[in-house]
Design a protein around this ligand. Structure first.
Ligand code: MG
Length: 382
């Protein structure tokens, strides 16, 4: 019996890769639900190929196009944000892959957990925003989280068979993005086009900007805390420009375990969907004779202040990680719209983090209020 899967954000970078995995594992995985934000053409193509039970599309204009093309088929078509949230609540699937972008991915994660459905989580913002709420819901329903983020997948694989108490620290690797060696005094001139040009990974726009500011690595430190329970003083970041080592664990006896491979998101996606198995796959394997030298360096915190902000947020917990994450979502949006400078992103994030109204154990309602305040404050920044 194949595993029944739901894919949120199916037309984005993670979703498209997940469908490539589903396509080569047809006997193992059956696609039941798909959701997209506004890419109607790609969603229609995917629905025709995978024949899901239902699909959701958030953008109203795009919904109309999907309805006009697929209306005669036996596929239920859901509309808007409510349609997406409804799809995430359905419990007739074994696992939901959350490939949504930004803080908007949080509620769908919670809906699936509430419905008792396991979540393969690419949307790290869910955990950064609401780790506390998500873990309490998991205790209630027994649903589990499987990391899709390549670093966390690597740590998960390294931890297999180890006693958690024997692990000294987690080592998250990061490529350092496109500005690892750019002179710091030219950072204020970084253009959107330059920031979107990532050396190793081909990803969506938001995470590509987060890689350029290294906010992504910072958010991953907070994500690692929730997934594996290691606090800020037990997580290290190592710059590894080749992105061959996806992350490591350091054991108390001095042993270090690493997980390696070509930088291809299909690998962690497939592992999350087929855990605990490593099934055969048709893509390129790591070739040690052509991959070149593997190098390492310390992260430069002056160059990438977002890393320090994330460690500080993890120390404060409460609403601080959520405030940082929301601020970053909106600041990145404004940078992509060419309204603010690259260097304004960390400045705004720091200002929001330090001036928001801190709550120790926020409810979902508190997080929504915070979202409203952060949105207003970031968009008023000049
Ligand atoms: Mg990652």
């Amino acid at each position: 019996m194949p595993k029944q899967i739901s894919i949120l954000g199916s037309t984005g970078s993670i979703g498209v890769n997940a469908l490539k995995v589903a396509d080569h594992l047809t006997g193992e995985l059956n696609v039941v639900y798909l959701s997209a934000h506004s890419n109607s053409a790609r969603l229609i193509e995917q629905a025709e190929k995978f024949n899901p039970k239902a699909i959701a599309i958030v953008d109203p204009g795009a919904y109309q196009k999907v309805k006009n093309t697929l209306g005669a088929k036996k596929i239920e078509i859901l509309k808007g944000r409510e349609g997406l949230l409804n799809l995430a609540l359905r419990d007739d699937v074994d696992i939901m892959l959350n490939g949504l972008v930004g803080a908007g991915g949080m509620e769908p994660t919670l809906n699936a957990i509430d419905a008792g459905v396991d979540v393969a989580l690419s949307n790290k913002e869910s955990l950064v925003m609401a780790g506390d709420i998500i873990y309490r819901a998991m205790e209630r329903t027994g649903a589990k989280l499987f990391p899709v983020d390549s670093e966390h997948s690597a740590i998960w694989q390294c931890m297999a068979g180890e006693n958690v108490n024997d692990i000294r620290s987690l080592i998250l690797t990061g490529s350092g993005g496109p500005f690892r060696n750019r002179p710091l005094n030219t950072f204020q001139d970084i253009s959107v086009e330059e920031a979107l040009n990532h050396p190793n990974w081909d990803m969506g726009k938001k995470i590509t900007i987060d890689s350029a500011t290294m906010m992504n690595k910072g958010l991953e430190v907070i994500e690692a805390f929730w997934l594996f329970g290691f606090n800020h003083d037990k997580v290290k970041i190592v710059i590894h420009p080749q992105s061959i080592i996806h992350s490591m664990i350091e054991l108390k006896d001095g042993a270090v375990k690493a997980q390696l491979g070509v930088p291809d998101m299909k690998v962690p996606i497939q592992y999350a969907l087929t855990y605990p198995r490593h099934l055969p796959a048709p893509w390129e394997q790591l070739d040690f004779f052509t991959c070149g030298d593997l190098t390492f360096q310390e992260p430069d915190l002056d160059r990438f202040p977002c890393i320090s902000l994330a460690f500080e947020a993890l120390k404060n917990l409460g609403t601080t990680p959520a405030a940082l994450n929301l601020s970053n979502d909106y600041a990145v949006q404004r940078f992509l719209d060419k309204e603010i400078k690259f260097t304004d992103i960390p400045r705004i994030n720091e200002m929001i983090m330090n001036s928001h109204n801190w709550i120790e154990h926020p409810t979902l309602e508190d997080l929504k209020d915070l979202d409203g305040w952060v949105y207003k404050t970031v968009f008023n920044f000049h």
